[in-house]
Design a protein around this ligand. Sequence first.
Ligand SMILES: NC(=O)c1ccc[n+]([C@@H]2O[C@H](COP(=O)([O-])OP(=O)(O)OC[C@H]3O[C@@H](n4cnc5c(N)ncnc54)[C@H](OP(=O)(O)O)[C@@H]3O)[C@@H](O)[C@H]2O)c1
Length: 356
Amino acid sequence: MQNGLYIQRCLQLAQLGKGHTSPNPMVGAVLVHSDRIIGEGWHQQYGQTHAEVNCLAGVKPADQHLVPESIMYVSLEPCAHTGKTPPCATRLVAERVKKVVICNTDPFAQVSGKGIQILKDAGIAVVTGIHHSEGLWVNRRFYCYHTNNRPYIILKWAQTTDGYMSPVDRGRFAITNQHTQQLVHKWRTEEDAILVGSTTALNDNPQLTSRLWAGKQPLRVVLAGKHTIPSGYHLLDESAPTLIFNEAKNEDAGHIQYVQVGRDEHQLNNILAILHQQKVLSVIIEGGPATLSRFIQQGLWDEARVLTGNKQLSDGIDAPNLPNADLAFETDIDTDRLQLFINRDSNYPYPGGMSL
Ligand SMILES: NC(=O)c1ccc[n+]([C@@H]2O[C@H](COP(=O)([O-])OP(=O)(O)OC[C@H]3O[C@@H](n4cnc5c(N)ncnc54)[C@H](OP(=O)(O)O)[C@@H]3O)[C@@H](O)[C@H]2O)c1
């Protein structure tokens, strides 16, 4: 019995959907007969068919008669509700699969435990919890959204070898190499939103889009405070929807949405609640240091991706302190160093051996 191996394959397949499934989870499924994989599938795109259905569709005509004697391995509990597609648990019952082996139960209230119950009520054997922590890591954005009721928060910054994020005059200064920059653009395609503070928005005039990697453009979020983003700035262009939290107005202006938030101790929680309402499962916070520090001080972060380039500044704006953090792994990207830190209070620890 290779339960662990087949669930690992499910998790590999699930991650092929990264950047395409939100607000749904990433899910992979494998159908096995006598230790031979006869079907594989994953949830490829939000609104489209689920992993189990894609897996069954992949079974060759010559193997169709084996389905009722086969074991379905799936990385997340089969769904029990009719959403954009019919319930997968009911489909597995109709196919009369012999057994279902599941990595994680679904945190989504309309499914949680109900999919498993449908299978058990139909007399199908169910096993759960295989590679649970790896599955939690793969779907940490989805779990955080449904159990912590806020988006999963990724901090990301670049720093010099002497620990500065920018020169004293806060002028634009490239710290990392081109490979790292491309990787950061890839990361952007994998998150629902990207957030910066007003000084970064005004000084750097950033585009905050993914131009060096194909994929979706995240929602751009700016904490503008009392400031106005001048017309002609990239953040107001039509390359991605933009949400500007500010102190003056509420207004819908096509792809730009202005939302008024007060400047008090609840500000960040209010902002996260609004992002949650907008079905933002994850946000990558790209600076500057004042904004990053505000989230860190309130413990509002899950993981931090710190990129150290091989440049020095001697003086400048310090990178934030990151208390209560565990180094999960580090690796070189040519001349740069990537370190992944996890918040010790996060419900989603790094299980080792997994990609970001
Ligand atoms: N190396 C990197 O990875 C990296 C990344 C991004 C930026 N940068 C650099 O960082 C510098 C800017 O950083 P910064 O620390 O001065 O400014 P910042 O974090 O970009 O913006 C901070 C400003 O945003 C406004 N704001 C509104 N709500 C806020 C909240 N909840 N938390 C924090 N700020 C809020 C405040 O402006 P008011 O108080 O005026 O309202 C605050 O002063 C630039 O030089 C930029 O190039 C470096």
